[in-house]
Design a protein around this ligand. Structure first.
Ligand code: V47
Length: 442
C-alpha cells in the first residue's frame, strides 16, 4: 500500500529549530555569516526560509511591489566569447547573427517613447569588429530621439563584461591600471546619456566555475571594479547571479558575500555608517580581499534606504536579480536547471544574505510571471517590466517577442497581496496619465 505523504514532503512541513538563531539575528537586523547561509540552503524547511525573507522584504517595502514599463534591446548577438551556458551568442557569419544599426536603435527608442516606457535596457555580445564610437553614438542617438519628443527615457545599458571590452577596443585598457580605462569608458558613456548599469555578466564569482563554463569572460575582480568605478561616478548599478548549472550552493553564497562587501563600500562612500562589531557575531570571514569597511545593514525597521534623490546622489547597487539557468540550446543542455523550490529558496537566501541591497528582483521572463508572484512572498519586491523583446533566454519555446502588459503585471502583484507601484529605473514612483509620466519624490 502506498502512503500519501513522501518522507521529503513530510519533513519539509516541519519548522527547523536550527533556524531560530538566524531568525533572532534577522529580527535584530544583523548580518548573517556564510555558515548561516549554508544552513538556509541545507535546511529542509524551505518555507521558513521564505517566511524569513518575506519578513525582511516587508520591513523594507511594506505593502508594495514594483514593476516598470520598459523595453529590452539587444543591439547584437555577435560575441567573441563562447560561454557554455549561453544560447544567445552567434559567430559573425553564422545563421541568425545580427547587429543593429543606429537607425534601428532610433526607431526602437521612438517606439519606447510612444508606448510610454521609462527605460531602455540595452545589452549585447562582445562584438569583435564594431568600433568604440558605436557605443556612445548609440546613447547619443537615443537621447536625440528623446529630446526631440520632449520626453524622458532612462538608458540602462552595458554589462561590466561589455564595459571592459569597450575599454579594450577604445585602447584605454591598461593591465596595471584596469580602473583607469574603465573610468574613461564609463565617463564617456555617461556624458553620452548612460543612466545606470544592468547587473548581467556576473554569472558566479568562482574561478573553477569561470574556467569551466565561461572562460575568457572577466573574473569577479574586474566585474566588481567596473561597478565600483560606476558607483564612484555616481551611477547606480544592479547585479545578478546565474545559478543552477555547474556551481555549488557554497559558490552562490561566496558570490553574495562579495557583492554585499562591495555594497558596504558604496554605502560608506555615501555616508552610511556600519557596525564595527559585526565580526564578533559573524564568525570567520572569507571570500573578499577588502575587509576595511564595516558591515552596513538596511534590514531593520528604522533603516533608511539609499535613494537617488539624496544629497550625495547615486552610486550604489540597487537590485540583486537571481537568474535561474536555462539549459535549452546551450552547451550544458545535459543539465536540468534549478527546480521551482530551488528558485524560491535562492531568491529568499539572496534577500537574507544581501542585507544592504534595497531591492530583490524576480525577473519574470526567466522565472515566469506565475513563479514571480510566489517570489513576492519569498523576498522579492520587484518583477521587472513589460520587456517586449528578449533574446537571451526563451523559456518554454518562446520567441524573441516576450511582452507582458501593465494589466498583467499589476494583477500578478495584487493577487500576491501587494499594491503595485510603477517605478522608474532608479526606483522612484512614477505618476502617469496615459503615455505621459513624471517621477514623484517620496
Ligand atoms: O548576463 C545567459 C544570463 C544575463 C542564460 O540588471 C542566462 O536589472 C539563464 O543580466 N539561462 C542577462 N540565464 C540578463 C540580465 C538581467 C536581466 C534582467 C534584469 C537585469 C537587471 C539583468 O542572462 C547574462 C547571463 O547571466 N544568461 N544565458 C541561460 N541559458
Amino acid at each position: 500500500m502506498t502512503t500519501l505523504a513522501s518522507p521529503t514532503l513530510a519533513r519539509s512541513t516541519k519548522t527547523d529549530p536550527g533556524l531560530e538563531a538566524i531568525r533572532a539575528k534577522i529580527l535584530a537586523g544583523q548580518r548573517l555569516s556564510l555558515e548561516e547561509g549554508e544552513l538556509l540552503y541545507s535546511t529542509p524547511d524551505v518555507w521558513s526560509v521564505c517566511e524569513l525573507a518575506s519578513l525582511v522584504r516587508d520591513r523594507m517595502h511594506p505593502g508594495v511591489a514594483y514593476y516598470n514599463i520598459n523595453r529590452h534591446l539587444n543591439y547584437s548577438n555577435v560575441c567573441a566569447l563562447s560561454c557554455k551556458f549561453c544560447e544567445f551568442f552567434r559567430k559573425k557569419d553564422e545563421d541568425g547573427a545580427y547587429t543593429r544599426d543606429l537607425d534601428y536603435i532610433r526607431a526602437e527608442a521612438q517606439k519606447a517613447i510612444d508606448s510610454g516606457a521609462t527605460e531602455m535596457h540595452i545589452v549585447g555580445g562582445l562584438h569583435p569588429y564594431l568600433p568604440w564610437d558605436y557605443y556612445p553614438d548609440m546613447c547619443r542617438a537615443i537621447r536625440e530621439v528623446v529630446d526631440k519628443a520632449g520626453s524622458e527615457l532612462h538608458i540602462k545599458a552595458f554589462t561590466a563584461v561589455e564595459i571592459v571590452h569597450l575599454a579594450k577596443i577604445a585602447k584605454k585598457f591598461k593591465r596595471d591600471d584596469r580602473k583607469a580605462g574603465i573610468r574613461w569608458v564609463l565617463q564617456e558613456l555617461k556624458d553620452a546619456g548612460l543612466g545606470s548599469l544592468p547587473g548581467g555578466g556576473a554569472e558566479v564569482f568562482d574561478d573553477r566555475v569561470h574556467d569551466e563554463a565561461f572562460k575568457g569572460k572577466i573574473r569577479h575582480d574586474a566585474w566588481l571594479d567596473v561597478h565600483t568605478v560606476a558607483h564612484e561616478l555616481g551611477l547606480n548599478t544592479n547585479c545578478t547571479i546565474l545559478y543552477g548549472h555547474i556551481e555549488q550552493r557554497k559558490d552562490r553564497l561566496v558570490h553574495m558575500d562579495m557583492l554585499r562587501r562591495a555594497q558596504d563600500q558604496a554605502l560608506a562612500r555615501l555616508g552610511y555608517t556600519g557596525d564595527p562589531d559585526w565580526r564578533k557575531y559573524s564568525g570567520e570571514y572569507e571570500g573578499i580581499d577588502d575587509n576595511s569597511v564595516d558591515a552596513i545593514t538596511l534590514t531593520r525597521e528604522d533603516s533608511k534606504l539609499p535613494h537617488p534623490d539624496m544629497a550625495s546622489g547615486g552610486g550604489y547597487f540597487q537590485t540583486i536579480t537571481p537568474l535561474p539557468f536555462f539549459p535549452d540550446g546551450s552547451e550544458l543542455e545535459n543539465l536540468y536547471g534549478p527546480s521551482g523550490l530551488e528558485n524560491l529558496r535562492t531568491l529568499a537566501v539572496a534577500r537574507l544574505m544581501l542585507d544592504n541591497f534595497p531591492h530583490t528582483k524576480a525577473f519574470w521572463i526567466m522565472q515566469t510571471l506565475a513563479m514571480s508572484q510566489l517570489m513576492l512572498k519569498a523576498g522579492a519586491d520587484d518583477i521587472d517590466g513589460t520587456v517586449v523583446w528578449y533574446d537571451i533566454t526563451k523559456v518554454g519555446g518562446q520567441t524573441t517577442h516576450q511582452e507582458t502588459t501593465v494589466w498583467d503585471l499589476e494583477r500578478a502583484i495584487r493577487e500576491a497581496g501587494y499594491e503595485p507601484v510603477e517605478r522608474d529605473t532608479l526606483y522612484r514612483r512614477v505618476e502617469r496619465e496615459g503615455k505621459a509620466w513624471r517621477v514623484s519624490i517620496r
